[in-house]
Design a protein around this ligand. Structure first.
Ligand code: FEO
Length: 171
């Protein structure tokens, strides 16, 4: 059995992950409209990954006999004015998600809920990767994105990203 606090935080994380998917879908649409199909692809795949994260939290709650409550997902409200805006907002958002995961981890630790801590271990690692990728995107854009040739090269690289299912599976 999960404690009420841990259960509520896990349930809130379902919404947070779906919001992340929504936010990244908005970024993907922005780049599509601007003709940067590679960046659009990268964020489309990122949105799929976030949906996977939400599903993992749902599965974990259900595995523990908890009912899942789906709340309304907020409208993405970032104002995107240039090509680097989504990259900066994305990095900032991932740091926020890391804080959320750490917060659930701390609550589980408090309750000696080792099972939830073990489940969250995958997300702790995943967040390190997500932050790295987001910072990397900014760095590359700052280095090469200011002229059209460099931007074309970066967009082609972003186009090569393919979706892979999460390495964490719950039976
Ligand atoms: Fe689900 Fe990008 O964190």
């Amino acid at each position: 059995m999960l404690s009420k606090n841990v259960r509520d935080l896990l349930n809130a994380q379902v919404n947070a992950e779906f919001y992340s998917a929504y936010l990244y879908l908005d970024f993907s649409n922005f780049y599509k409209d601007e003709g940067l199909d590679g960046y659009s692809n990268w964020y489309m795949i990122q949105a799929q990954e976030e949906r996977d994260h939400a599903m993992l939290f749902i599965q974990y709650l259900q595995q523990n006999g908890e009912a899942v409550v789906l709340e309304a997902i907020d409208k993405p409200d970032k104002e995107l004015k240039n090509f680097i805006d989504p990259l900066n907002f994305g990095a900032e958002h991932e740091r926020h998600v890391t804080d959320l995961i750490n917060n659930i981890y701390a609550a589980a630790y408090e309750e000696k809920d080792f099972r939830t801590m073990q489940f969250l271990d995958w997300f702790v690692k995943e967040q390190a990767e997500e932050e790295d990728n987001a910072d990397d995107n900014i760095k590359k854009f700052e280095l090469f994105g200011s002229d059209s040739k460099g931007l074309y090269m970066l967009d082609s690289e972003m186009q090569s990203r393919v979706y892979t299912a999460p390495s964490l599976t719950l039976d």
